[in-house]
Design a protein around this ligand. Sequence first.
Ligand SMILES: [Zn+2]
Length: 349
Amino acid sequence: MNINRLIGVFVAVVLGVVSPAMAQEVGDEQLAEQRDTTAVKRDVDSLAVKKSDPVHAVRTLGLVSVIDTLPTENEALRIVLFNDNTWRYVLSENYKQDSTVFSDHWNVESTHAYTDVETASLPEAVAIRLVDSLKSYHYPFLGKITSRYGPRRGRPHQGLDMSLKVGDPVYATFDGKVRISKLAGNYGNLVVIRHNNGLETYYAHLSERSVSAGDWVVAGQQIGLGGSTGRSSGPHLHFEVRYRGQSFDPERIIDFSTGDLRREVLLLKRRHFSIYSKFEQDFDDEIEAEKQEEAERKAAEAIKYHTIRSGDTLGALARKYGTTVKRICQLNGIKSTTILRIGKRLRVR
Ligand SMILES: [Zn+2]
């Protein structure tokens, strides 16, 4: 299938006119995905979360590279075409360019980018939308957990270890941009990805890295192969999740027994950054878990978006939604002087 034919299919898909012949070429699985994403495009403004259903992993992408990106009728979405004839909806670069996620504390040299951020300076609790309605998520690897987050032999173990065989594929957890890809001391071969949701994920002890700093990656894309480089006593993946440099128990977001993302919205509390704060403790404490669940549901319901129309100003939006310009800027990682483009979606609450 040549590239023009591919684009024809994709454009047809966007317009919702897919002939059976085309359908066969694209594949049933992908068609199902297209139907879903058509709904996604319609619903992109109504991201209300009813309850915290787990999010299943997307289809795995192998060692792919991007051959082209295409606009869609929705300014926020682009279609990315890969060299293995697969494709994916992603947030458009335009949409991301006003966000400070990929510029604030962006550092491709230092393993940890937020060294000057004090835990005490972080909010008491923050609601993080892990995935938007594209539900772009994939587990990094699924294997026997050999060591959990928490203190270990007097040292903080800031991630989770899963045993693997050297050469097993390791996948990007969410869409994002590679910040670090290097040999990094105890971590061995390390890949760090910063995601649209503001989190960073760390993949350590790899035998091979297949991405470089600055590469845009999507969930489920292979970023390297498992190994035993660095401070490691045998082949395993050391996986960390960090928010503004602070690690927390990866089991808070991923159920490693199923590979599912536990929830779409995570209510991350400052106390979760303690090395002693483990997901299973909350889980054991039913009342605490229920409270957390309820708080997460409320946090998800409270999140509200506004699509910029002609004449909108940050001041007017702040009044309309009973908030402040400062808060809207914080929520979206923009400056008060950022030009509001019509059609851009802003989180207002
Ligand atoms: Zn480890």
